[in-house]
Structure formats: C-alpha cells, structure tokens
Design a binder for this molecule. Sequence first.
Ligand SMILES: C[S@@+](CC[C@H](N)C(=O)[O-])C[C@H]1O[C@@H](n2cnc3c(N)ncnc32)[C@H](O)[C@@H]1O
Length: 276
Amino acid sequence: MRHDIDNILNCLAAQKSIDFSGYNVESLVQLLDKRIAYTNKQSYKDYLAYLQQNAEEPDKLISALTINVSEFFRNPVVFDYLAEKIIPGIIQHKCTAQETTVRAWSAGCAAGEEAYSLAILLNNIIEKTQSDITPRVFATDIDRKILQKAAEATYHFNSIKNIQYKLLKKYFLAGKETFRLKEYVANIVSFSCHDLLDKRTLVPPESVFGNFDLVFCRNVLIYFKSEYQDIIFNKLYSSLALNGFLILGEAELLPSRYAKYCTSLSDLHIYHRITS
Ligand SMILES: C[S@@+](CC[C@H](N)C(=O)[O-])C[C@H]1O[C@@H](n2cnc3c(N)ncnc32)[C@H](O)[C@@H]1O
C-alpha cells in the first residue's frame, strides 16, 4: 500500500512539481482515500491511472490533500496584540527611518482570510497615525483552487463572524448572502502559488526580496513531519527583516535552536527577530 501511495505522490510531483512526501502520513492517507472514493476508483492503482489520464485531476488532488479551514481574525487575541503592541511600533520605525512600505507575508493563506485581516489591520492603523506608509501583503498557498477563491474576496458569514461590526461596515459590501471586501483594501494583498517546500526559492518570487516586517505561517506546520517543519522554519526565518515578527499558530512553536536569534513575545507564538 505504501508503495502505491508513493507512486501517486511521485506522479503528482512530476506533474506539478509539488512534493507531498513531507506531510504526516496518517492524515495524508485519509484525505487521499476520500478523494479516491469521490472519483469512484476501486484501488490506488486505478486512481493512479486516472490521475495520469485526466489533465484536471492533479489540481483537484492538491485541493483534496490540503486543509483550507480559516476565518477572518482567527484567534482574535493575536490580532489585538499585533494592533496594540506591534504594528504601531513598526509604522513609527518606518516613518523615522523614512521607509515607505510595510511588508508582510501570509504563508499558507487558504482563501485569503488571514491576509485580508492583516490588510484591514494595517490600513486602519496607518490611517489612524496619518502616516504615508504603503502596506503590502504577499499571500501564498500551494492550492491554486483556493487562491482563485481568495482573489474573489467574497465570504459567507461563517468566515467573518470575528470581525468587529465597525470594521465590517467600513471594509465590506454586503450582498444577499455574502460580504465582499472593498477593492481598495483587497488590493493591498497579492496572491500567488508557492510551495513552502520549494528548494529553489527562499521567499515567494512575487515579493522579489522578502525582508518582511511580519510573516504569518499559522496552522500549516502542524501538517508536516518534523524534518520538513525544519526546512520551512529556515525559510520563514530567513525571509524576516531584522526586527521583523514571525507569527505561528496556536499549536506551533519555533524550535529552541532559534532562541538566540528570536525572542518570544507573550505566549501567543509571536517571535521577534533580533539578530541579522
Ligand atoms: C489550515 S490552512 C491555514 C490558513 C491560515 N493560515 C489560518 O491559520 O487560518 C493551511 C493552508 O496551508 C496550505 N499549505 C499546505 N501545504 C503547503 C505548502 N507546502 N506550501 C504552501 N501552502 C501550503 C494549504 O493549502 C492550506 O490552505
């Protein structure tokens, strides 16, 4: 069975240059089995043939193997902390240093909820401080289908239930059953497809040079085996600007070998890069 699963993953890697071998095996097998059942195939071998013969199936399989659950302002206390204790300091520093842009990366952005939450927060704080700083949020995911949804910037109530009413009114247009983010704030975010395990790049190519003030990678690392988590940690750390902040998910901790390079702030899994 393991051999059949490897054959499917190798085929996907050959077709899409995306390597799923670093994912936790148990959850991967469950998700793969679900996809096989959905396509009415009777065995891994049948499914492999189907994957090879159907041009649309590789992207569908990638979507099936990724878990895209997210919501705006997920774990709101983290965003409150950023809004009160971190982002105003970043903006202040930019103004003093006469820098023009604040740069952020949402790595594993799902349908854009986290990236747009950050865009709203940055826009709000920049407006309040009346500073001339431009916010830029690069948002990446491995799943092209979810990125298409992200670009639509339209959400059902479930995704936006954590948003304060005044922010909802300010930044969204209400439709019949959905809420659409206003264009000027949606435009702060650029989406692109990027595999966090891609060895050829340290930062999303669209961002050109990384040097991020804020890097969010929340609820992504939990799906990887520990040696692959290390590859991703290296990438995230080196993409941070000196004095930048890395924000991980509730169940994710920066390995202790980074202790001399980053300090941990509060117990919210926010880390501050303190050495170059
Ligand atoms: C559970 S969602 C987390 C969304 C958001 N960060 C949050 O915390 O609400 C995990 C996302 O990671 C993406 N992902 C999984 N493996 C990835 C990889 N190798 N490179 C980039 N994104 C990946 C999935 O497609 C999925 O959208």
